[in-house]
Design a binder for this molecule. Structure first.
Ligand SMILES: [Zn+2]
Length: 320
């Protein structure tokens, strides 16, 4: 089995899927390299070696064991621990990053037609359709990414519509999160979103993406995945973060509690961000309860994740 193949299979092991059947996202998958191929970079290689400690969580399989690592002083397991939220993915009631927030999106290129690589979990294979739609996206803060749409999703107009939705949503994230996203892939189907931990990519499925848009939850999905791409490698195992977890001793989401080493940062970051910068979007009673559960992690997020300062500019143009 080739190294690349092993990396791809390992990537499936890394998937951490969560949410409910109507919303949905997930996480880590193999890395895309600069020339659109999955990489066997050190982070994925280390994941291969460490995959005995990682597993995906399927929202339809609540009996999944906690295999995503434990941390001293933190509660884990499946027993109820009073978390106010099941998971970011399952939370369809709170609109914490809204469609009205300014987007830094500046331009979208006309699609290039070319070969693009996707890991297709429906068949557990890498696929390389030669006629994918490739959109180059740029933002006001000089961040940039490429959105690749599998031709199975539909004709060019549909590919562009979905790419635009995603590009705008990414534009509403704070720069710190956007900087780690180099690529977004869109496949057909209704699987959960996922991201790699090497700071490179997010993979979405078109039907699930449309559902998230209809539920006003696309930005929250992208936020969570962007924490994986942009902050995980730097912070999730840092002494400061793990100490904050231990001192707090409680979690905001059950998903974070079950996966303290791999998901708690992404889970906590969204709600901490809303507490810090958009408290008006949270019910007063919830604000107090959340702050009481995670005071140290709240301070940590404040230090590493400044508020979005996105310039909406004069509108979207065609990138040259
Ligand atoms: Zn996640």
């Amino acid at each position: 089995m080739s190294v690349k193949r092993r990396a791809a299979i390992s990537a499936v092991v890394l998937l951490c899927v969560f949410g409910t059947s109507s919303m949905l996202f997930a996480d880590r998958i193999g890395l895309w390299t600069a020339n659109d191929h999955y990489s066997t970079s050190s982070s994925i290689t280390s994941s291969i070696q460490d995959n005995s400690t990682l597993a995906h969580e399927n929202p339809q399989a609540p009996s999944d064991n906690n295999t995503n690592g434990t941390r001293p002083g933190t509660r884990t397991g499946d027993s109820p621990s009073g978390e106010p939220i099941s998971s970011t993915g399952a939370d369809s009631t709170r609109d914490l990053v809204t469609r009205q927030d300014p987007s830094a999106l500046r331009c979208i290129s006309p699609p290039r037609i070319g070969t693009a690589e996707f890991y297709d979990r429906r068949i557990n294979q890498l696929v390389r359709p030669p006629n994918a739609f490739l959109f180059d996206i740029r933002y006001a803060d000089d961040t940039a990414l490429t959105i690749r749409v599998h031709p199975e999703v539909g004709p060019e107009a549909e590919a562009r519509d979905l790419a635009t939705l995603v590009a705008e949503g990414v534009g509403r994230l704070p720069s710190v999160l956007r900087r780690g996203i180099l690529r977004v892939g869109i496949l057909d189907g209704d699987l959960l979103a996922q991201a790699d931990g090497g700071g490179e990519g997010i993979l979405l499925h078109a039907d699930n993406l449309r559902t998230r848009v209809a539920d006003n939850r696309l930005e929250e999905t992208l936020f969570h995945e962007a924490v994986h791409t942009s902050l995980d490698d730097r912070y999730r195992d840092s002494p400061e973060w793990t100490a904050a977890q231990q001192v707090d001793g409680q979690y905001l989401t059950a998903y974070g509690r079950k996966n303290p080493a791999t998901e708690d940062l992404a889970e906590t970051a969204l709600y901490a961000y809303a507490l810090l910068y958009h408290p008006d979007r949270i019910l007063e009673a919830e604000r107090a309860a959340w702050q009481q559960r995670i005071p140290n992690r709240l301070q940590f997020i404040k230090e590493v994740l400044p508020p979005a300062d996105n310039d909406p500019g004069a509108g979207i143009t065609d990138c040259p």
